[in-house]
Design a protein around this ligand. Structure first.
Ligand SMILES: [Zn+2]
Length: 80
């Protein structure tokens, strides 16, 4: 993995959350991204973010869903 954003950004969110009045009675302890995948790269397990894509279909009220993995970190731009 080229960057530490997947680990560092949730830590920053916890720190920021604990400055807010809303978290005074129930302080934030930890946070993590919900949409992580663990692709193999050069024989090692890595971590990357993914996002869901809703596919609207003919004759169907609810969309079908698939997901795509980001090739680059959406925060700093480094290639995964
Ligand atoms: Zn990054």
């Amino acid at each position: 993995m080229g960057c530490n954003c997947i680990k560092e950004i949730p830590q920053e969110i916890v720190e920021h959350s604990n400055t807010l009045a809303d978290f005074k009675k129930t302080p934030a302890m930890s946070a993590k991204f919900k949409d992580l995948v663990f692709p193999f790269k050069d024989g090692k397990v890595t971590t990357a973010l993914k996002t869901d894509v809703k596919i609207k279909c003919e004759n169907r009220k609810t969309p079908k869903t698939t997901s795509v993995r980001f090739s680059y970190c959406p925060f700093c731009g480094q290639k995964y």
